[in-house]
Design a protein around this ligand. Structure first.
Ligand SMILES: [Zn+2]
Length: 439
């Protein structure tokens, strides 16, 4: 397949000098080095900007079924957590629920340009066996795969028994990775498996240690959340130390670890994060409405820390629209120092997120990268008068959606419509499951 006529192809989001308007050729799921052949289908993208597919580095897809819940807005996280937990328990977490919530969250992502989503799945039915948790994880993976999206499935925990969490993670690794993998990524690159406790506010040292052991055995990435208000409060209350001090002592300030949120970090902590080689995920679409503050992203970047972008889940953000959150990240950044440029936020939402996941094959459209792309039509009135069409992707036209989305060389969204499933069916299935309740 080849894309022709683009106004701009953003090949390397970090390097504007590599932007071009040449045909972009995809072969066998990869960005091709040479010209197209006579067999290649052509997609005319005249009047469009082509970027790498967006990488949502931090989502909680289950929450897609629990948006705008009464009692979860303008409340402290101490009240938010039990209300969300009660809603999950009422609905009953099982394969049918997660299949429906995943389909809604992943379809929303694809329609808004997200070609890879990391699902930090934290909640499990009480007393679930390792086998039952594998069935839940498998339903999530199958739902994403059916829609043609890449998924990074993160076996999370939130107050789980440490040994139970580790046994479950081990069983999932055996299930997902038995046919071969590289660093937890399957050969086709469609599924990646990782592990991650919710944070020091919810999980004990033993959970971090045991999940860390599973990660080491299988070569998996690790992720957690740190330094939002409640995390710091609870760490000080319970341990008399700040979250990053605890993570350091528990073996979680190391390369291969990504930390989401980081709203409140000191200069000394930023230096230690950089020194430790961790990566960060910024999630302003969650942090701002939750009242947690704004992560000092420019200072993290200047310290040499790779920063990606995530939406976090529907319980706090209510949307999985990563480009909208890129716009928000840019807009609020000036409140905590010098404003970020559109280009550097676009780089966070693509290559930055990908690098945090250990996926240098994603988030760029240079030869040898995976053929994941968004085609943004900038010929309409909302883009009229825009001098810089790449900056305009973020600054202009809030709520912008891509005209076409391609994953692994396959068109999954064409002319703003999902190709791989029916949007109405996905909505109806989630609504029916929420009404029906657990089997
Ligand atoms: Zn989060």
């Amino acid at each position: 397949m080849q894309l022709t006529g683009a106004t701009v192809v953003v090949a390397d989001p970090h390097d504007p000098s590599r932007d071009h308007s040449d045909p972009l050729v995809f072969t066998d799921g990869w960005v091709h080095h040479g010209p197209a052949t006579a067999d290649d289908d052509t997609l005319d993208v005249t009047g469009c900007v082509v970027t790498p597919g967006l990488v949502n580095a931090h989502h909680h897809l289950l929450q897609s079924g629990f948006r705008t819940l009464p009692g979860t807005r303008a409340v402290p996280m101490r009240d938010w957590l039990p209300r969300m937990a009660a809603a999950y328990a009422g609905a009953g977490i099982d394969p049918s629920l997660v299949s429906a919530t995943t389909a809604a969250g992943v379809a929303e992502g694809l329609l808004t340009g997200v070609t890879t989503v990391a699902d930090h799945h934290l909640n499990w039915p009480a007393g679930a066996s390792a086998e039952q948790t594998v069935e839940i994880a498998d339903a999530i993976a199958a739902s994403a795969r059916g829609l043609g999206s890449r998924l990074v499935y993160v076996r999370g925990s939130a107050r789980d028994d440490p040994r139970t969490a580790a046994d479950s993670a081990q069983a999932m690794a055996e299930h997902f990775l038995s046919t071969g993998h590289h660093g937890g990524v399957t050969a086709d690159g469609m599924l990646q498996f990782a592990v991650g406790p919710a944070g020091v506010h919810s999980d004990a040292e033993e959970t971090f240690r045991l999940l860390g052991d599973v990660a080491r055995e299988w070569g998996l990435r690790r992720r957690t959340q740190a330094n939002e208000q409640v995390d710091i409060e609870i760490a000080l209350e319970r341990y008399g130390r700040r979250p990053l001090d605890l993570l350091e002592g528990w073996g979680w300030l190391e390369p291969g670890v990504t930390i989401a949120h980081l709203c409140d970090v000191t200069e000394d902590e930023i230096a230690r994060l950089a020194q430790a080689g961790i990566t960060a995920t910024h999630a302003p679409g969650c942090d701002v409405p939750m009242g947690w503050g704004i992560a000092p992203v420019r200072r993290l970047l200047e310290a040499g820390i790779t920063v990606g972008l995530g939406t976090s889940g529907g319980g706090s953000n209510d949307a999985g629209h990563l480009l909208a959150d890129a716009r928000l990240a840019m807009q609020v950044s000036g409140l905590v120092g010098q404003q970020l440029e559109a280009r550097s936020v676009l780089a966070m939402a693509t290559a930055g997120s990908a690098d945090g996941l250990g996926r240098s094959d994603l988030g760029r459209l240079t030869p040898g990268s995976r053929a994941d792309a968004c085609v943004w039509d900038v010929s309409g009135v909302a883009d009229a008068g825009v001098a810089d069409p790449v900056g305009g992707l973020l600054w202009a036209s809030p709520g912008r959606r891509p005209r076409h989305v391609i994953v692994g060389g396959e068109v999954v969204v064409r002319d703003y419509a999902l190709v791989t499933d029916d949007e109405d069916r996905i909505v109806a299935a989630l609504e029916a499951r929420l009404q029906r309740g657990p089997a």
